[in-house]
Write a protein that binds this ligand. Structure first.
Ligand code: PAF
Length: 275
């Protein structure tokens, strides 16, 4: 892959890179389409990265289907699939990690304390191999994108990060490989996440500027739903992920939600701009 990337770069090709953990869906396809629109060559990696899973998490059961992934890549005319093995990426004496501090303590970092260290480490490794000019990440994992942006800035990595909008199922559920874990009943209940985000957005459109009121109203939706265990709902500033009290004109915020629906942990968010 490094040799191919060097050749592409010496041929002055712009390399777009979409790192994934496979079990590809329309959300990934939208990242690929954006890369194809903006770059000469698109590389997709599939690597279920062990270091971003804690021992009690779903590394073993994480959904995998390499044949259908390859079909999606072919259908979208992806130029290169980079499919390394865990041994190639993490050989026996591997002992170097990349960690962003601060931003990674809260929200996802609170519930998954080792997660972001694994993410930044693998993104750094993959980008050193693929040598992209532009990388593509989904807004669904907004905190991940923000952490990677900070890593790029602090470590002076020489590639851009492009964040693409969340792709949703027709009924509003944010696309995620982990949706495959949902039972039919949980799948129905999971809609409460995107519905609550919609409701929050409508409140803001109608003039509500108090984040506490927005969060409280969202929380109330979940009180009757005993099989959904909320992890957090919060309104945060887009760049710092600092919690907001009063939404200010001219600023942008993410409304974040994370919950366990049955046995499946889901996250979602919406981006709001205050006029
Ligand atoms: O978002 C993902 O799928 C993963 O966290 C990533 C960025 C591919 C790193 O393993």
């Amino acid at each position: 892959m490094q040799i191919i990337s060097d050749q592409l770069r010496s041929g002055r090709k712009i390399i777009g890179f979409v790192p994934t953990m496979g079990f590809l869906h329309d959300g990934h396809a939208s990242l690929i389409r954006k890369s194809k629109e903006q770059c000469d060559v698109t590389v997709v990696s599939i690597f279920v990265n062990p270091t971003q899973f804690a021992p009690n998490e779903d590394l073993e059961s994480y959904p995998r289907d390499i044949e259908s992934d390859k079909l999606l890549l072919r259908k979208n005319n992806v130029d290169f699939l980079f499919l390394p093995s865990a041994e190639e990426i993490y050989p026996p004496n591997f002992n170097t990690y990349v960690e962003v501090f601060g931003l990674t303590n809260k929200f996802e970092g609170e519930f998954r304390p080792t997660h972001f260290k694994g993410v930044t480490t693998i993104v750094a490794i993959l980008c050193n191999i693929v040598k992209p000019h532009k990388t593509y990440f989904g807004q669904k994992d907004a905190q991940q994108a923000c952490v990677i942006k900070k890593m790029i800035k602090d470590l002076q990595f020489d590639f851009d990060l492009v964040i693409c909008p969340t792709v949703r199922e027709p009924d509003g559920l944010a696309m995620s490989s982990r949706n495959a874990y949902l039972t039919n009943d949980d799948r129905q209940k999971a809609l409460l996440l995107s519905q609550s985000l919609d409701e929050a957005k409508k409140l803001i459109d109608a003039g509500e500027r108090n984040a506490l009121i927005i969060v409280k109203k969202m929380n109330n939706n979940f009180i009757p739903e005993k099989s959904i265990h909320l992890n957090y709902i919060s309104v945060v500033e887009v760049d710092s992920f600092s919690e907001a009290d009063i939404l200010e004109a001219g600023k942008s915020y993410f409304i974040l939600i994370a919950a366990k629906v049955g046995k499946t942990r889901l996250i979602d968010n919406v981006l709001v701009h205050i006029k």
